[in-house]
Write a protein that binds this ligand. Structure first.
Ligand SMILES: [Zn+2]
Length: 307
């Protein structure tokens, strides 16, 4: 993982790692996930979260209206899971797998309801939450099948859609798993129109006469989320809130709703990258949110790692 924790403190996390005879908790949770998949007899994607959950003593999965992403509820002989019914099916899959991973920790702590406002944020400060995200990814994208599928498809935006279909994962989760594999130097960037956080106070002045255009002038297509393969990070990094090149291919993709691809010069540091962009809007609270996903690589046809 790109933001691997060097030191672990949580006693439950350390106990889980010890139980597996593995010093690195991240490797321990991945090992538990691999064993769980094997127990279900799965022989390839998609690996249904409902089946994985049933093998962990989850009696019921309820898709309900809720503000949170998911919840694991201990019951007399096992668990129940509630997941946010307004999320996409792919996001729900990740959240269910996240809750399934909490059942591993339940063996080392008191059985309390776990409520997750968010899943998939990989917050390294919250060790159990981080590891449940790592586990959710490992359950959805078992490298025994994900790695060869990714190599076969190559690094491109159309590959992301193909992998999403095969592995029933969201674009965000698929692209993170793809970058973590580090098959090629690549980055995946999700762009949305926004203003810089430090300029947000200026929006309040927007209502003043003569300042109606302030928001429009400050709003740019900016990095909302980005994943980088370890081998890409040494070349270039897309920080959050970085704006897309004005009149560039990414902006063109947003305005035309049409896929764009070509070389583009990016700065800080200056680098010539192949930018493969697609328009991928999503819905939030019923509203359509425009968004662009870019797969950035060093060349049009990245070299494969040794297979
Ligand atoms: Zn959680």
């Amino acid at each position: 993982m790109s933001n691997r924790k060097p030191i672990w403190h949580d006693s439950h996390v350390l106990a889980l790692a010890r139980s597996q005879g593995i010093s690195d908790p991240e490797e321990a949770i991945k090992s538990l996930c691999k064993t769980l998949i094997d127990e279900t007899g799965s022989c390839g994607p998609p690996i249904k979260p409902e089946i994985l959950a049933s093998f962990r003593g989850v009696d019921a999965i309820r898709r309900v209206p809720m503000k949170e992403a998911g919840r694991l509820i201990p019951v007399r002989d096992g668990f129940e899971i509630e997941v946010n019914s307004s999320h996409t099916a792919e996001k729900q899959n990740f959240s269910i797998n996240h809750e399934v991973c909490h059942t591993f920790f339940a063996e080392f702590s008191s059985r309390q309801t776990k409520t997750d406002w968010e899943t998939g944020v990989f917050n390294a400060e919250l060790e159990e939450e981080f590891l449940c995200d790592v586990g959710a990814s490992a359950l959805l994208f078992d490298p025994r099948w994900f790695r060869p599928a990714a190599i076969n498809l190559g690094v491109a935006s159309k590959s992301v859609f193909e992998l999403s279909g095969q592995f029933t994962g969201s674009l965000e989760a698929i692209t993170r798993a793809l970058c973590d594999l580090d098959l090629w130097p690549c980055a995946v960037v999700f762009w949305e129109e926004s203003i810089k956080p430090k300029q947000s106070h200026l929006i309040f002045q927007n209502a003043l006469p003569g300042l109606e255009d302030v928001k429009d002038n400050l709003s740019r297509l900016r990095v909302k989320l980005s994943w980088h393969s370890p081998s890409f990070k040494g070349v270039h990094y897309f920080p959050k809130h970085k704006s897309a090149l004005e009149d560039g291919l990414v902006v063109s993709c947003l305005s035309s709703h049409t896929a764009t691809a070509g070389y583009e010069l990016v700065d800080s540091p200056c680098q010539r990258l192949w930018m493969d962009s697609v328009y991928v809007p999503y819905r939030k609270d019923g509203n359509l949110c425009p968004r662009v996903m870019t797969v950035a690589t060093l060349s049009e046809k990245p070299q494969h790692h040794a297979l």
